[in-house]
Design a protein. Structure first.
Length: 418
């Protein structure tokens, strides 16, 4: 069986192509059963995210065209629409690719952790659909273990590389635990939503979301257990905020020095951490002159992100070394499976010969023949049957100039020591 990793991702295909070959979660069980109903496919799993669609499978006969055809037909596309954007990795390449994906080394954001959870979901779906077997089960478990080792032994995921995550991480550095803190989020776009998600995961105590459209703020606040207000109400709640993160499309500043100064007085000058992600800026630059205010702009965060990205790239080199080692370990296990099946077949052949000789000897004993004679005959015939085929192969190896077989035989039967 050939292991195969086949797919399309953000590096090889634009989003309009990725959309066409993606799988909704509820369709994956049917897709897996459809794929493994084809005679070439013994095992299969499907990973489908916004950035990639990949099929991990075991094939009786390696056939790239067969996978492209299946993926195209399943999505009612011509193979010519799909083939130019695909990649395929057989055997060792498939193992390496899966380990790199799970470790975040093949992600749009280097080292992002979400992909490992998505891969675990893909394995669970395939397992429930009954389309995994001994090889894929072992490979996925090995993949999860290797990705965990990468996370543990390197700094691949420890440094924030998104603006929202960097903002939340800086807040945690300043305040330590966030459970007793209040955050004021200004805006309700993608960056603010991502910041809200990170803050929620970090256990923020209280969340206030201000937006020009209160309904949109309310929708976001409801998701994360927050409280929605309009932009005009910010001055009434600013003093409550330990952290302020702002990202709007306003052409003019939303927070001025005077409003922040008043809030600090109400707070008895307890420190405020403020992040202005907007361009143009939402918070007047003069706010940075105030004591007890830590103000960061998007440029400040970009510097942090660039430093952290370099840290991740250095960690990625270490991660690649771990993966190289883990690929070798898995391929050794695969090869050991070949030896196990060979040993099993060899034992089965020997057992058949033994049974045949026993049956023959019992018939001779029943006929009254001399037991000593029977033992001599059986020993002679069993020896001949055991060495007949190997001897023929060795003679052919000599005539066909196949010295490796001769050398392997001497090692296998320990002949050099006799």
């Amino acid at each position: 069986m050939t292991l195969v990793a086949f797919g399309i991702n953000h590096k090889t295909a634009p989003v309009d192509i990725r959309e066409k070959v993606s799988f909704a979660p509820e369709k994956i069980p049917h897709a897996l059963k459809d794929l493994t109903s084809h005679i070439d496919f013994e095992e299969a799993a499907i990973l489908s995210t916004c950035n990639r669609t990949e099929v991990y499978c075991g094939m009786r006969d390696f056939n790239e065209h067969g996978i492209v055809e299946w993926l195209s037909q399943f999505h009612r596309l011509e193979s010519s629409q799909v083939k130019p954007y695909t990649y395929i990795h057989p055997d060792q390449g498939a193992v390496r690719h899966m380990l790199r994906v799970a470790s975040g080394l093949d992600s749009l954001v280097l080292g992002e952790p979400q992909i490992l959870g998505q891969m675990k979901t893909a394995f669970s779906a395939a397992n429930e659909a009954g389309t995994t077997g001994k090889i894929l089960n072992r490979l996925f478990q090995h993949t999860f273990k290797s990705a965990k080792q990468v996370r543990t032994d390197t700094a691949i995921g420890s440094s924030p590389v998104s603006v929202a995550f960097a903002a939340v991480s800086l807040g945690k550095q300043i305040f330590g635990e966030l459970s007793g803190k209040t955050v004021l989020l200004i805006g309700a776009g993608e960056t603010i939503e991502l910041a809200a998600r990170h803050l929620h995961e970090q256990g923020i105590g209280r969340m206030i979301i201000a937006n020009r459209t209160v309904e949109k703020a309310h929708h976001l606040a409801e998701e994360f257990g927050g409280y929605a207000i309009s932009l005009t109400e910010i001055s009434d709640h600013l003093a409550e905020a330990d952290i302020v993160i702002s990202s709007t499309a306003s052409p003019l500043p939303i927070l001025g020095k005077g409003a922040v100064e008043s809030a600090l007085k109400s707070r008895r000058h307890q420190p405020m951490f403020m992040v202005d992600i907007a361009v143009p800026r939402d918070i007047e630059a003069e706010v940075d002159d105030l004591d007890d205010v830590y103000l960061y702009t998007v440029d400040d965060l970009q510097e942090v992100i660039q430093e952290n990205m370099k840290s991740r790239q250095d960690a990625a080199k270490q991660a690649e070394e771990i993966i190289d080692s883990q690929v070798v370990h898995f391929m050794e296990w695969i090869e050991s499976q070949d030896s196990v099946s060979t040993i099993r077949a060899f034992r089965a052949q020997a057992d058949r010969l033994k049974a045949e000789m026993l049956e023959k000897s019992q018939k001779m004993l029943a006929a009254g023949e001399d037991p000593k004679h029977i033992l001599e005959v059986m020993a002679h015939q069993l020896t001949n049957k055991l060495i007949h085929s190997p001897c023929n192969q060795l003679r052919n190896a000599t005539s066909e100039e196949r010295p490796p077989l001769l050398e392997a035989t001497r090692t296998l039967f320990n002949l050099d020591n006799h």
